[in-house]
Design a protein around this ligand. Structure first.
Ligand SMILES: [Zn+2]
Length: 414
Protein backbone atom coordinates (compact mmCIF):
# COMPACT_ATOMS: atom_id res chain seq x y z
CA UNK A 1 0.00 0.00 0.00
CA UNK A 2 0.95 3.64 -0.26
CA UNK A 3 3.33 3.67 2.72
CA UNK A 4 5.74 1.44 0.82
CA UNK A 5 5.49 3.21 -2.53
CA UNK A 6 8.64 4.47 -4.22
CA UNK A 7 8.96 8.26 -4.67
CA UNK A 8 8.30 7.81 -8.39
CA UNK A 9 5.13 5.82 -7.70
CA UNK A 10 3.98 8.44 -5.19
CA UNK A 11 4.55 11.16 -7.78
CA UNK A 12 2.66 9.10 -10.39
CA UNK A 13 -0.23 8.64 -7.95
CA UNK A 14 -0.42 12.38 -7.26
CA UNK A 15 -0.48 13.15 -10.99
CA UNK A 16 -3.13 10.47 -11.51
CA UNK A 17 -5.41 12.01 -8.90
CA UNK A 18 -4.89 15.50 -10.32
CA UNK A 19 -5.64 14.38 -13.88
CA UNK A 20 -8.76 12.51 -12.73
CA UNK A 21 -9.96 15.52 -10.73
CA UNK A 22 -9.39 17.88 -13.71
CA UNK A 23 -11.31 15.53 -15.95
CA UNK A 24 -14.21 15.44 -13.48
CA UNK A 25 -14.14 19.20 -13.06
CA UNK A 26 -14.43 19.70 -16.81
CA UNK A 27 -17.36 17.33 -17.03
CA UNK A 28 -15.60 14.52 -18.90
CA UNK A 29 -16.74 11.60 -16.81
CA UNK A 30 -15.24 10.31 -13.57
CA UNK A 31 -11.63 10.63 -14.79
CA UNK A 32 -10.66 7.02 -14.09
CA UNK A 33 -9.29 6.31 -17.54
CA UNK A 34 -7.32 9.52 -18.09
CA UNK A 35 -6.00 9.46 -14.51
CA UNK A 36 -4.82 5.88 -14.86
CA UNK A 37 -3.22 6.65 -18.21
CA UNK A 38 -1.23 9.54 -16.77
CA UNK A 39 -0.16 7.50 -13.75
CA UNK A 40 0.99 4.56 -15.87
CA UNK A 41 3.01 6.81 -18.19
CA UNK A 42 4.97 8.16 -15.23
CA UNK A 43 5.35 4.75 -13.54
CA UNK A 44 4.60 1.79 -15.84
CA UNK A 45 4.57 -0.56 -12.82
CA UNK A 46 2.09 1.61 -10.91
CA UNK A 47 -0.75 -0.94 -10.95
CA UNK A 48 1.56 -3.64 -9.63
CA UNK A 49 2.96 -1.36 -6.92
CA UNK A 50 -0.48 -0.18 -5.80
CA UNK A 51 -1.81 -3.75 -5.66
CA UNK A 52 1.08 -4.99 -3.56
CA UNK A 53 0.11 -6.08 -0.07
CA UNK A 54 -3.64 -5.99 -0.73
CA UNK A 55 -6.14 -8.82 -1.03
CA UNK A 56 -7.24 -8.46 -4.65
CA UNK A 57 -10.29 -10.06 -6.28
CA UNK A 58 -10.73 -9.97 -10.06
CA UNK A 59 -14.18 -10.49 -11.55
CA UNK A 60 -14.58 -11.19 -15.25
CA UNK A 61 -17.05 -12.61 -17.78
CA UNK A 62 -19.38 -11.35 -20.51
CA UNK A 63 -22.33 -10.42 -18.29
CA UNK A 64 -22.85 -9.59 -14.62
CA UNK A 65 -19.37 -8.39 -13.76
CA UNK A 66 -20.32 -4.89 -12.64
CA UNK A 67 -23.12 -6.18 -10.40
CA UNK A 68 -21.05 -9.05 -8.99
CA UNK A 69 -18.20 -6.62 -8.28
CA UNK A 70 -20.64 -4.34 -6.44
CA UNK A 71 -22.07 -7.25 -4.41
CA UNK A 72 -18.60 -8.55 -3.56
CA UNK A 73 -17.54 -5.09 -2.44
CA UNK A 74 -20.61 -4.85 -0.19
CA UNK A 75 -19.84 -8.28 1.30
CA UNK A 76 -16.15 -7.57 1.94
CA UNK A 77 -16.92 -4.21 3.52
CA UNK A 78 -18.12 -6.31 6.47
CA UNK A 79 -14.46 -6.89 7.32
CA UNK A 80 -12.49 -3.97 5.92
CA UNK A 81 -12.02 -1.16 3.47
CA UNK A 82 -12.39 -2.07 -0.19
CA UNK A 83 -11.02 -0.32 -3.28
CA UNK A 84 -13.14 -0.87 -6.38
CA UNK A 85 -13.69 0.36 -9.93
CA UNK A 86 -17.39 0.73 -9.36
CA UNK A 87 -18.19 2.68 -12.51
CA UNK A 88 -17.11 0.07 -14.99
CA UNK A 89 -13.67 1.42 -16.00
CA UNK A 90 -12.53 -2.18 -16.27
CA UNK A 91 -9.16 -1.96 -18.01
CA UNK A 92 -5.75 -1.43 -16.34
CA UNK A 93 -6.09 2.37 -16.39
CA UNK A 94 -9.34 2.09 -14.40
CA UNK A 95 -7.86 -0.49 -12.01
CA UNK A 96 -4.86 1.75 -11.33
CA UNK A 97 -7.14 4.69 -10.54
CA UNK A 98 -9.36 2.57 -8.26
CA UNK A 99 -6.34 1.52 -6.20
CA UNK A 100 -4.79 5.02 -6.18
CA UNK A 101 -8.01 6.53 -4.86
CA UNK A 102 -8.18 4.14 -1.91
CA UNK A 103 -4.64 3.93 -0.53
CA UNK A 104 -5.79 2.59 2.83
CA UNK A 105 -8.05 -0.16 1.54
CA UNK A 106 -6.69 -3.59 2.37
CA UNK A 107 -9.07 -5.29 -0.09
CA UNK A 108 -9.70 -4.56 -3.75
CA UNK A 109 -12.51 -5.88 -5.92
CA UNK A 110 -11.78 -5.18 -9.57
CA UNK A 111 -14.12 -5.77 -12.47
CA UNK A 112 -11.90 -6.88 -15.33
CA UNK A 113 -12.54 -6.72 -19.07
CA UNK A 114 -12.31 -10.27 -20.45
CA UNK A 115 -9.37 -9.38 -22.69
CA UNK A 116 -7.21 -8.04 -19.84
CA UNK A 117 -7.45 -10.98 -17.47
CA UNK A 118 -3.91 -12.17 -18.17
CA UNK A 119 -2.38 -8.74 -17.73
CA UNK A 120 -4.23 -8.27 -14.42
CA UNK A 121 -3.27 -11.70 -13.12
CA UNK A 122 0.38 -10.75 -13.61
CA UNK A 123 0.12 -7.19 -12.31
CA UNK A 124 -2.30 -7.52 -9.38
CA UNK A 125 -1.58 -11.10 -8.26
CA UNK A 126 -5.16 -11.63 -7.08
CA UNK A 127 -6.06 -13.97 -4.23
CA UNK A 128 -9.34 -14.79 -5.98
CA UNK A 129 -10.49 -14.65 -9.61
CA UNK A 130 -14.20 -15.05 -10.35
CA UNK A 131 -15.17 -16.22 -13.84
CA UNK A 132 -18.88 -15.70 -14.53
CA UNK A 133 -19.79 -16.67 -18.10
CA UNK A 134 -18.73 -16.25 -21.72
CA UNK A 135 -21.09 -15.53 -24.61
CA UNK A 136 -21.12 -13.61 -27.86
CA UNK A 137 -20.73 -9.86 -27.50
CA UNK A 138 -19.90 -7.12 -30.03
CA UNK A 139 -19.84 -9.36 -33.10
CA UNK A 140 -17.80 -7.04 -35.26
CA UNK A 141 -14.82 -6.64 -33.01
CA UNK A 142 -14.69 -8.97 -30.01
CA UNK A 143 -12.83 -12.24 -30.09
CA UNK A 144 -14.90 -15.33 -30.77
CA UNK A 145 -15.88 -16.80 -27.38
CA UNK A 146 -14.22 -20.20 -27.70
CA UNK A 147 -10.96 -18.47 -28.66
CA UNK A 148 -11.34 -16.25 -25.60
CA UNK A 149 -11.94 -19.28 -23.35
CA UNK A 150 -8.81 -20.90 -24.82
CA UNK A 151 -6.81 -17.74 -24.07
CA UNK A 152 -8.10 -17.73 -20.47
CA UNK A 153 -7.20 -21.40 -20.09
CA UNK A 154 -3.63 -20.70 -21.23
CA UNK A 155 -3.36 -17.62 -19.05
CA UNK A 156 -4.68 -19.39 -15.96
CA UNK A 157 -2.36 -22.35 -16.49
CA UNK A 158 0.62 -20.01 -16.72
CA UNK A 159 -0.25 -17.44 -14.04
CA UNK A 160 -2.95 -18.60 -11.63
CA UNK A 161 -0.44 -20.18 -9.21
CA UNK A 162 -1.87 -19.84 -5.70
CA UNK A 163 -4.98 -17.98 -6.86
CA UNK A 164 -8.35 -19.51 -6.01
CA UNK A 165 -10.81 -19.48 -8.90
CA UNK A 166 -14.54 -19.04 -8.27
CA UNK A 167 -16.17 -20.32 -11.45
CA UNK A 168 -19.58 -20.96 -12.95
CA UNK A 169 -20.18 -24.72 -13.18
CA UNK A 170 -23.11 -24.17 -15.56
CA UNK A 171 -21.06 -22.62 -18.36
CA UNK A 172 -18.99 -25.24 -20.27
CA UNK A 173 -16.58 -22.59 -21.61
CA UNK A 174 -15.87 -21.38 -18.08
CA UNK A 175 -15.46 -24.92 -16.74
CA UNK A 176 -13.02 -25.78 -19.53
CA UNK A 177 -10.98 -22.61 -18.90
CA UNK A 178 -10.94 -22.93 -15.10
CA UNK A 179 -10.36 -26.67 -14.88
CA UNK A 180 -6.61 -26.21 -15.42
CA UNK A 181 -6.45 -24.54 -12.00
CA UNK A 182 -5.75 -26.42 -8.80
CA UNK A 183 -8.12 -24.55 -6.55
CA UNK A 184 -11.57 -23.96 -7.92
CA UNK A 185 -14.78 -23.19 -6.03
CA UNK A 186 -17.73 -24.03 -8.30
CA UNK A 187 -20.90 -21.96 -8.27
CA UNK A 188 -24.08 -23.07 -10.06
CA UNK A 189 -24.66 -19.60 -11.45
CA UNK A 190 -26.85 -20.72 -14.33
CA UNK A 191 -26.68 -20.10 -18.05
CA UNK A 192 -29.58 -18.40 -19.76
CA UNK A 193 -27.81 -18.48 -23.10
CA UNK A 194 -26.62 -21.89 -24.29
CA UNK A 195 -26.12 -21.22 -28.01
CA UNK A 196 -22.40 -20.51 -27.58
CA UNK A 197 -21.78 -23.79 -25.77
CA UNK A 198 -23.61 -26.41 -27.79
CA UNK A 199 -20.35 -28.17 -28.53
CA UNK A 200 -17.50 -29.17 -26.26
CA UNK A 201 -14.79 -26.49 -26.06
CA UNK A 202 -12.25 -29.21 -25.38
CA UNK A 203 -12.82 -31.55 -28.32
CA UNK A 204 -15.65 -30.19 -30.50
CA UNK A 205 -18.04 -33.09 -29.86
CA UNK A 206 -21.71 -32.60 -28.97
CA UNK A 207 -22.61 -31.67 -25.38
CA UNK A 208 -25.50 -33.60 -23.85
CA UNK A 209 -27.71 -31.78 -21.35
CA UNK A 210 -30.02 -33.37 -18.79
CA UNK A 211 -31.68 -30.75 -16.64
CA UNK A 212 -28.85 -28.84 -14.97
CA UNK A 213 -26.23 -31.42 -15.83
CA UNK A 214 -24.17 -31.33 -19.03
CA UNK A 215 -21.53 -33.67 -20.36
CA UNK A 216 -19.39 -34.08 -23.47
CA UNK A 217 -20.30 -37.25 -25.37
CA UNK A 218 -16.67 -37.75 -26.39
CA UNK A 219 -14.03 -36.51 -23.91
CA UNK A 220 -16.10 -36.58 -20.73
CA UNK A 221 -15.77 -32.88 -19.81
CA UNK A 222 -18.78 -32.37 -17.57
CA UNK A 223 -20.47 -30.13 -15.07
CA UNK A 224 -18.53 -30.17 -11.78
CA UNK A 225 -20.52 -30.50 -8.55
CA UNK A 226 -21.15 -26.97 -7.36
CA UNK A 227 -20.38 -25.95 -3.77
CA UNK A 228 -22.65 -22.90 -4.05
CA UNK A 229 -25.99 -22.58 -5.81
CA UNK A 230 -29.13 -20.51 -6.10
CA UNK A 231 -32.04 -22.14 -4.24
CA UNK A 232 -34.74 -23.59 -6.50
CA UNK A 233 -37.44 -22.42 -4.12
CA UNK A 234 -37.58 -18.91 -2.69
CA UNK A 235 -34.89 -16.26 -2.85
CA UNK A 236 -31.81 -17.78 -1.28
CA UNK A 237 -28.30 -19.03 -1.85
CA UNK A 238 -27.29 -22.52 -0.71
CA UNK A 239 -23.73 -22.82 0.61
CA UNK A 240 -21.24 -25.71 0.66
CA UNK A 241 -22.62 -27.14 3.90
CA UNK A 242 -26.19 -27.14 2.52
CA UNK A 243 -27.12 -24.13 4.61
CA UNK A 244 -29.54 -21.60 3.10
CA UNK A 245 -28.80 -17.90 3.15
CA UNK A 246 -31.91 -15.83 2.47
CA UNK A 247 -31.62 -12.95 0.02
CA UNK A 248 -33.83 -9.89 -0.05
CA UNK A 249 -32.26 -8.27 -3.07
CA UNK A 250 -33.55 -5.05 -4.54
CA UNK A 251 -32.05 -6.08 -7.88
CA UNK A 252 -34.40 -8.29 -9.90
CA UNK A 253 -34.13 -11.74 -11.44
CA UNK A 254 -32.50 -15.10 -11.01
CA UNK A 255 -29.35 -13.81 -12.67
CA UNK A 256 -28.81 -11.36 -9.81
CA UNK A 257 -29.36 -14.11 -7.23
CA UNK A 258 -26.61 -16.00 -9.08
CA UNK A 259 -24.38 -12.91 -8.92
CA UNK A 260 -25.10 -12.84 -5.18
CA UNK A 261 -24.13 -16.51 -4.85
CA UNK A 262 -20.80 -15.76 -6.52
CA UNK A 263 -20.21 -12.76 -4.24
CA UNK A 264 -20.93 -14.82 -1.11
CA UNK A 265 -18.60 -17.57 -2.35
CA UNK A 266 -15.82 -15.01 -2.87
CA UNK A 267 -16.37 -13.30 0.48
CA UNK A 268 -16.36 -16.59 2.38
CA UNK A 269 -12.86 -17.25 1.01
CA UNK A 270 -11.77 -14.21 3.03
CA UNK A 271 -13.54 -15.49 6.14
CA UNK A 272 -16.73 -13.44 5.81
CA UNK A 273 -19.71 -15.31 7.25
CA UNK A 274 -22.32 -15.53 4.44
CA UNK A 275 -25.08 -14.96 7.00
CA UNK A 276 -23.42 -11.63 7.81
CA UNK A 277 -22.74 -10.77 4.17
CA UNK A 278 -26.14 -11.63 2.63
CA UNK A 279 -28.09 -8.73 4.22
CA UNK A 280 -25.45 -6.30 2.94
CA UNK A 281 -26.28 -7.30 -0.65
CA UNK A 282 -29.88 -6.23 -0.17
CA UNK A 283 -28.70 -2.66 0.36
CA UNK A 284 -27.57 -2.44 -3.26
CA UNK A 285 -30.34 -0.57 -5.12
CA UNK A 286 -28.66 0.18 -8.42
CA UNK A 287 -25.28 -0.45 -10.00
CA UNK A 288 -23.75 2.38 -12.07
CA UNK A 289 -27.28 3.49 -12.98
CA UNK A 290 -28.50 0.00 -13.86
CA UNK A 291 -31.80 -1.04 -12.28
CA UNK A 292 -32.30 2.59 -11.23
CA UNK A 293 -35.90 3.74 -10.94
CA UNK A 294 -36.82 7.15 -12.29
CA UNK A 295 -40.12 8.97 -12.55
CA UNK A 296 -41.64 11.36 -15.06
CA UNK A 297 -45.26 12.41 -15.49
CA UNK A 298 -46.48 9.52 -13.38
CA UNK A 299 -44.47 6.94 -15.34
CA UNK A 300 -42.15 4.95 -13.07
CA UNK A 301 -39.34 3.66 -15.24
CA UNK A 302 -36.96 0.90 -14.25
CA UNK A 303 -33.77 1.03 -16.34
CA UNK A 304 -32.20 -2.25 -17.42
CA UNK A 305 -28.97 -2.47 -19.40
CA UNK A 306 -28.61 -5.36 -21.86
CA UNK A 307 -25.59 -5.31 -24.15
CA UNK A 308 -25.68 -8.66 -25.95
CA UNK A 309 -28.01 -11.60 -26.70
CA UNK A 310 -27.53 -13.23 -23.28
CA UNK A 311 -28.14 -9.87 -21.59
CA UNK A 312 -31.41 -9.28 -23.47
CA UNK A 313 -32.68 -12.74 -22.57
CA UNK A 314 -31.73 -12.18 -18.93
CA UNK A 315 -33.52 -8.83 -18.87
CA UNK A 316 -36.74 -10.40 -20.21
CA UNK A 317 -36.51 -12.80 -17.28
CA UNK A 318 -36.13 -9.86 -14.86
CA UNK A 319 -38.99 -7.64 -15.95
CA UNK A 320 -42.39 -7.78 -14.35
CA UNK A 321 -44.97 -9.47 -16.58
CA UNK A 322 -47.56 -6.70 -16.88
CA UNK A 323 -46.08 -3.19 -17.39
CA UNK A 324 -45.30 -1.74 -20.82
CA UNK A 325 -41.76 -2.34 -22.11
CA UNK A 326 -39.61 0.22 -23.89
CA UNK A 327 -36.79 -1.29 -25.97
CA UNK A 328 -33.99 1.01 -27.12
CA UNK A 329 -31.23 -0.11 -29.47
CA UNK A 330 -28.22 1.83 -30.74
CA UNK A 331 -25.25 0.62 -32.79
CA UNK A 332 -22.51 3.14 -32.10
CA UNK A 333 -18.86 2.21 -31.74
CA UNK A 334 -18.96 0.86 -28.18
CA UNK A 335 -22.16 -1.05 -28.88
CA UNK A 336 -20.70 -2.73 -31.96
CA UNK A 337 -22.01 -1.69 -35.40
CA UNK A 338 -23.47 -5.09 -36.25
CA UNK A 339 -26.99 -5.61 -34.85
CA UNK A 340 -27.64 -8.97 -36.53
CA UNK A 341 -27.43 -10.57 -33.08
CA UNK A 342 -30.97 -9.42 -32.33
CA UNK A 343 -32.01 -12.40 -34.51
CA UNK A 344 -30.38 -14.65 -31.89
CA UNK A 345 -32.71 -13.30 -29.21
CA UNK A 346 -36.19 -14.77 -28.75
CA UNK A 347 -38.60 -11.84 -28.26
CA UNK A 348 -41.77 -13.95 -28.17
CA UNK A 349 -42.07 -13.61 -24.39
CA UNK A 350 -43.03 -9.95 -25.01
CA UNK A 351 -46.09 -10.85 -27.09
CA UNK A 352 -49.39 -9.61 -25.72
CA UNK A 353 -47.99 -6.61 -23.81
CA UNK A 354 -47.43 -3.03 -24.85
CA UNK A 355 -44.00 -2.70 -26.47
CA UNK A 356 -42.49 0.63 -27.56
CA UNK A 357 -39.36 0.66 -29.71
CA UNK A 358 -36.80 3.46 -29.96
CA UNK A 359 -33.08 4.17 -30.37
CA UNK A 360 -30.93 4.75 -33.49
CA UNK A 361 -31.70 1.24 -34.76
CA UNK A 362 -35.39 1.16 -33.86
CA UNK A 363 -36.35 0.00 -37.34
CA UNK A 364 -34.04 -3.03 -37.05
CA UNK A 365 -35.76 -3.91 -33.79
CA UNK A 366 -39.17 -3.32 -35.34
CA UNK A 367 -38.46 -5.82 -38.12
CA UNK A 368 -37.20 -8.33 -35.58
CA UNK A 369 -40.36 -7.99 -33.46
CA UNK A 370 -42.52 -8.31 -36.57
CA UNK A 371 -40.81 -11.64 -37.33
CA UNK A 372 -41.51 -12.84 -33.78
CA UNK A 373 -45.16 -11.78 -33.95
CA UNK A 374 -44.84 -9.10 -31.24
CA UNK A 375 -46.97 -5.95 -31.64
CA UNK A 376 -45.06 -2.70 -31.17
CA UNK A 377 -45.06 1.04 -31.59
CA UNK A 378 -42.00 2.86 -33.03
CA UNK A 379 -41.15 6.29 -31.56
CA UNK A 380 -38.30 8.79 -32.03
CA UNK A 381 -36.85 8.90 -28.54
CA UNK A 382 -37.33 8.15 -24.85
CA UNK A 383 -39.50 11.25 -24.33
CA UNK A 384 -41.90 10.05 -27.00
CA UNK A 385 -41.78 6.56 -25.49
CA UNK A 386 -42.81 7.94 -22.10
CA UNK A 387 -45.67 9.84 -23.70
CA UNK A 388 -46.80 6.67 -25.47
CA UNK A 389 -47.40 4.62 -22.31
CA UNK A 390 -49.96 5.16 -19.56
CA UNK A 391 -48.94 6.34 -16.05
CA UNK A 392 -47.62 3.51 -13.85
CA UNK A 393 -44.63 1.19 -13.98
CA UNK A 394 -42.57 0.91 -17.19
CA UNK A 395 -39.67 -1.44 -17.90
CA UNK A 396 -36.90 0.04 -20.09
CA UNK A 397 -34.36 -2.29 -21.71
CA UNK A 398 -31.52 -0.61 -23.59
CA UNK A 399 -28.08 -1.47 -24.91
CA UNK A 400 -24.99 0.47 -23.94
CA UNK A 401 -25.17 3.91 -25.57
CA UNK A 402 -28.98 3.74 -25.70
CA UNK A 403 -28.89 3.25 -21.92
CA UNK A 404 -26.58 6.25 -21.57
CA UNK A 405 -29.00 8.31 -23.67
CA UNK A 406 -31.84 7.41 -21.33
CA UNK A 407 -29.72 8.23 -18.29
CA UNK A 408 -28.74 11.57 -19.84
CA UNK A 409 -32.43 12.38 -20.29
CA UNK A 410 -32.78 11.91 -16.52
CA UNK A 411 -29.53 13.77 -15.70
CA UNK A 412 -27.49 10.62 -15.05
CA UNK A 413 -29.35 9.42 -12.00
CA UNK A 414 -27.82 6.63 -10.01
ZN1 LIG B 1 -15.25 -33.03 -25.28
Amino acid sequence: MSASLTPRAKFATTLLRTAAALSRATGRGDGSVIGGRVGLIVEPRLLELLAEGRHVVLISGTNGKTTTTRFTTAALEAIGRVATNSFGANMPTGHTTALAKAPKAEYATLECDEHYLGQLLDAARPKVVALLNLSRDQLDRAMEVTALAAKWRQTLQASAGQTTIVANADDPLIVWAASVCERVVWVAAGQSWTADSAICPNCGAHLDRFGEFWRCTNCGLNRPSPQWSVAHQGEAVVGPDGRRYDLHLQLPGRVNRANAATALAIASLFGVDPAQAAPRLSEVASVAGRYAKVERDGRHLRLLLAKNPAGWLESFDMIDPVPPVVLSLNAREVDGFDTSWIYDVDFTSLAGRKVVVTGDRRTDLAVRLEVDGVDFLVVDDIRAAIAAVPPGPVEVVANYTAFQDVRAEFNRVN
